[in-house]
Ligand binder design. Structure first.
Ligand SMILES: Nc1ncnc2c1ncn2[C@@H]1O[C@H](COP(=O)(O)OP(=O)(O)OP(=O)(O)O)[C@@H](O)[C@H]1O
Length: 446
């Protein structure tokens, strides 16, 4: 179901003339995160960017030439052309004269990182907000408005999203918008971590003597959330028997602790989250249909970090500011930000925050005040190795390369493990294990 909001007017469907509204989003410059939209002229699809255009947006970058780069959106393809600049144009991390791509590339000129966008209007209208340390680009701001509307309607909500993308923050936003935040409880539980045998006691409580070891009455999480919000993270992992009991609690607004005889009145709002498709879980008999219709609708989808890359420079800044070790001691260089924007981040915001801190420590250990692309761990933010990859690695017909060959490849690739592995035709894991075993410091090869 699509939740109608007043904000839907801001969803910017292509207008009836079929015109697009391309632009360029400056996301980082001069070691600082930015959020500036450079617009093509009305009805135009080409934009030239140089020192003056950036200066007009308040961005001073001495490494950008007066006429630097031209970016064009034509027939759903981006073309990026260097205009004879002194310091070059980089597209997805590689210096180019000209490049064409179907997906929007990461473009770097001088110390400035930019993202072309097919429709600049949401970025202009909503901007980017950092509130209480939470970074919200235009898609998150729209999502927050939707969640607020659902909360006000009194319904529950299901948040779909990958691990680390910020589902719990969305649940907190739901709680706050329900008008329940003032002294009302917000209780979060990760259903994947509850042992099946203990689940009922944990959720619904237990009376003394209900089972061996129950020496006192224990309060369940449902009762703890009474009057407020119960956040059921990874709800698809809840045992089927417990699902039935939870549904009953929600329908009757009464909970019966294990070993109890009198039900207790409870009033909780449920916000559930999962990275699975609950409809498939229902079809395949792992999730109860009746519970799905009670807590699985309406749903909102939290975009993965790679779908909202404009937030990455701001999140890196948050990561550095959140630790006294790194705060005001290192800043993020443009090439580091660019490298981060080119990785898929399967662990989303959680992973980016952690890896930014590690990179900052690496920069500090090397005594440079700016974090470089080479400070980013080779494996950070990359897709996790699949079982297939390890199988390939283990095949007898793929003999391990000689140590000399590995070291030569590492030297040729200046310590870059992924590129050395590609050069040797083996997996990254194999080269990385060799590096670890031999205690090779790849940074000395850079
Ligand atoms: N937009 C954001 N701005 C700042 N920090 C964020 C943002 N989104 C997530 N985080 C941080 O990233 C971490 C992971 O977020 P959260 O726990 O909400 O993710 P999740 O989707 O619930 O993850 P999981 O499914 O693994 O439980 C937390 O430390 C959170 O504070």
């Amino acid at each position: 179901m699509k939740t109608e909001t007043l904000d839907d007017a801001l969803e910017f469907a292509p207008d009836t003339m079929g015109t697009t509204h391309p632009g360029l989003l400056v996301v980082h410059s001069g070691e600082q995160p930015k959020h500036h939209v450079l617009a093509c002229g009305e009805g135009e699809h080409t934009l030239e960017v140089g020192r003056d255009e950036l200066a007009a947006a308040g961005i001073l970058d001495g490494r950008v030439s007066r006429r630097h780069v031209r970016i064009e959106l034509d027939d759903a393809r981006w073309t990026v052309r260097d205009l004879g600049s002194r310091n070059g144009t980089f597209v997805d991390g590689r210096r180019v004269q000209s490049a064409r791509s179907l997906s929007a590339p990461v473009v770097r000129i001088g110390h400035t990182v930019m993202l072309p966008v097919g429709d600049r209007r949401p970025y202009e209208a909503r901007g980017l907000v950092v509130r209480d340390g939470v970074v919200m680009g235009s898609s998150l701001l729209m999502l927050r408005d939707r969640i607020a509307l659902i909360a006000l309607s009194g319904a529950s909500v299901l948040i779909l999203g990958e691990t680390g993308a910020g589902k719990e923050l969305c649940a907190e936003a739901f709680h706050t918008a329900s008008g329940q935040s003032l002294s009302r409880p917000f209780v979060a539980v990760n259903c994947a971590t509850i042992q099946k045998e203990l689940a009922e006691g944990i959720l619904f409580g237990a009376r003394r003597g209900a089972y061996t070891g129950a020496v006192t009455d224990t309060l369940g999480l449902v009762q703890a959330a009474n009057g407020g919000t119960l956040f059921l993270d990874e709800v698809a992992e809840l045992d089927l028997g417990v699902q039935a009991k939870l549904l009953r609690v929600l329908e009757t607004k009464r909970v019966m602790p294990l070993g109890g005889v009198t039900p207790i009145e409870v009033n909780v709002r449920v916000c559930a989250a999962t990275h699975k498709d609950l409809r498939v879980e229902v079809t395949e008999g792992r999730f109860r249909g009746d519970l799905y219709f009670r807590i699985g609708r309406p749903e909102v989808r939290l975009p993965a970090l790679r779908e909202r890359r404009e937030e990455i420079p701001w999140l890196i800044e948050r990561a550095l500011a959140s630790s006294t070790t790194t705060r005001a001691k290192v800043t993020a260089g443009a090439e580091f930000v660019e490298a981060c924007m080119l990785r898929p981040w399967p662990g989303n915001v959680r992973e980016l925050l952690a890896e930014s801190k590690i990179a900052a420590l690496s920069a500090m250990a090397a005594h440079h005040g700016s974090i470089l692309a080479t400070d980013l761990d080779e494996e950070a933010g990359r897709a996790l190795a699949s079982a297939d990859e390890s199988e390939v690695d283990a095949r007898p017909e793929a003999p391990a390369p000689e140590p000399e060959a590995i070291e030569a490849a590492l030297r040729a690739e200046h310590g870059n493990v992924a590129r050395a592995a590609a050069r040797l035709g083996v997996t990254r894991g194999r080269v990385r294990r060799y590096v670890e075993r031999q205690g090779i410091d790849v940074r000395t090869l850079r």
